[in-house]
Write a protein that binds this ligand. Sequence first.
Ligand code: GTP
Ligand code: MG
Length: 201
Amino acid sequence: MQITKAIFVKSSPDEKGCPKPDKPEYAFIGRSNVGKSSLINSLCHKKDLAKTSAKPGKTQLINHFLINDTWYLVDLPGYGYARTSKSNLEKFEALISEYIITRKNLICLFILIDSRLEMQNIDAEFMEWCADKEIPFCIVFTKSDKLTRNQLNTNIFKYTNQLKKNWEELPPYFITSAETGAGKEDLMNYIGENLQYFVAP
Ligand code: GTP
Ligand code: MG
């Protein structure tokens, strides 16, 4: 699967505002600053399609991109970044969880994890939540260019071992870099192969 066309469609504050769910959709989620928007740009071969920033909390709405005129990529705001008051944060997280639970055309969520870090509670809790709600997800390790091959292998080994303690089966996972393009081909192949599972609502 190659992306030959990527167009920004719209930013929505909630699921109701999203485009009609008439095309298959994949969404990128993960902690603020993990590299969601950068990876989307890298997959689409465009620098500024999704807005990125060195400061966490850049993406604050549900952003839809139409790919090859046939499916959607979605850039979601990061979790775990307290932008405002606790009640605002709870409201924001409720909107994102509503999107994930309600969105009928969502084929799979890509949960992005910084490959430099040990498992964070917030990510583990989010994966538990997805399993509880029966939301299919994959893990995408990001920023692999920031580690040596040895460090990277060690970290992924530790992370997946940790996952195996809680899960019978590992979810599919990809090791990527928006900088070097590592892992992009595997990720795109996965996306291409799973488009067929879309059933028009
Ligand atoms: P929010 O929208 O705030 O949730 O963040 P995000 O997850 O969309 O992260 P974003 O793509 O904006 O990237 C955050 C920072 O990490 C930026 O400074 C990027 O340049 C940097 N970054 C993202 N991906 C990579 C990568 O693969 N390698 C390196 N070296 N830096 C990266
Ligand atoms: Mg972003």
